[in-house]
Design a protein around this ligand. Structure first.
Ligand code: ATP
Ligand code: MG
Length: 314
């Protein structure tokens, strides 16, 4: 990768807490203006990785550079050029939206005479211009998230770290925040985002699945879900009752994985499509009414489940 366009480089990063390995030989890199997603379940090591990249936590081993600066030796250079919305980011509830922003502008070292202009500009962008005098406690959830986002941007960072920025938000607010992320990336800001939401992962240019501190898959969302990468087929089954259908399909061993998605079942495995009629007959023999069976493109969630199974079975 050309060093002019590389915004992040992580090589063989490992972090141990006593004898527990939270981050295990993780490597990935990002280009300028790229939106990179780190996806993984609770405790996978996402926040630990971000804290190391910011120089807030010392790694056990590995090489990390952000915007061309080495984290071990040049953490101050990095902090001056990055924004961070931490997972536990809290606004001051008693301060107004404007006062919260001004506080963080000070934290990021924006000269005082630039604060008013920068606040006006950013509040316009994030849609808070009308609410700047409202106390943070009285803002709706989506507005609070957009204020948190603005509070990471006073100094026009070239790199933004977002640790689960949309957790708990409704779909409309999540969409609104992603629009802001796209706009920033388009102007050249690199963005590393963690999320639990698989549908949000589709918004990333590239992503990595992290599990027990290790990257178990990496690529663009489309490459990850392509059959060739995935090596398995997925069929979607609408049927009832589910409490009979699920164990019947699992015990049949016709598929590698049988998972519930809301009210439909996804059955996966190499050659899954060729077993549809067998599965249908088996379900009917067990008193299950099958209303629809369809071959579908695997979702990122299917890929994740399949990769997990491959990793756990060695
Ligand atoms: N300071 C610490 N001392 C000991 N163990 C820690 C410490 N910080 C994190 N861990 C452990 O490291 C693992 C990874 O934690 P981390 O917070 O990075 O996960 P995460 O992927 O961000 O999870 P979540 O989705 O819940 O935010 C967890 O098992 C956690 O308990
Ligand atoms: Mg976390």
């Amino acid at each position: 990768m050309n060093s002019n366009t590389t915004s992040l480089s992580v090589e063989n990063l490992t972090k141990q807490f006593d004898h527990f390995t939270a981050v295990d030989h993780v490597s990935f890199s990002m280009r300028r203006g790229e939106i990179f997603g780190l996806l993984g379940p609770n405790g996978a090591g996402k926040t630990t990785t971000i804290r190391i990249l910011l120089g807030l936590l010392v790694p056990t081993s590995g090489e990390v550079s952000v915007l061309g600066y080495d984290v071990a030796r040049q953490a101050e250079e990095i902090r001056a050029r990055v924004g961070y919305v931490s997972q536990k980011f809290a606004l001051y509830p008693d301060l107004t939206a404007a006062e919260n922003f001004d506080f963080y502008a000070g934290v990021y070292g924006l000269p005082r005479h630039q604060v008013n202009a920068r606040r006006a500009e950013l509040f316009q962008v994030v849609g808070l211009a009308e609410q700047e005098k409202q106390r943070a406690a009285n803002l709706a959830g989506g507005s609070r998230q957009r204020l948190a986002f603005a509070c990471a941007l006073p100094h026009q960072p070239q790199f933004l770290f977002l640790d689960e920025p949309t957790a708990g938000d409704d779909p409309t607010s999540r969409r609104g925040l992603w629009d802001l992320v796209f706009a920033l990336a388009e102007k050249g800001t690199s963005i590393l985002v963690t999320t639990h939401y698989m549908d949000e992962a589709e918004n990333c240019h590239r992503l990595a699945f992290i599990y027990q501190g290790r990257i178990i898959a990496e690529g663009t969302p489309s490459a990850m879900t392509e059959q060739t990468t995935f090596g398995a087929q997925v069929i979607e089954i609408d049927c009832a009752p589910l409490e009979t259908a699920l164990p019947t399909l699992r015990e049949s061993q016709l598929f590698d994985e049988v998972a519930l998605y809301g009210s439909t079942i996804h059955a996966m495995g190499a050659g899954a499509v060729g077993r549809i009629s067998q599965a249908r007959a088996l379900l009917q023999a067990n008193g299950v009414t099958v209303t629809r069976v369809e071959t579908i493109a695997p979702s990122l969630e299917d890929v994740f489940i399949a990769r997990l199974r491959q990793v756990s079975s060695g």
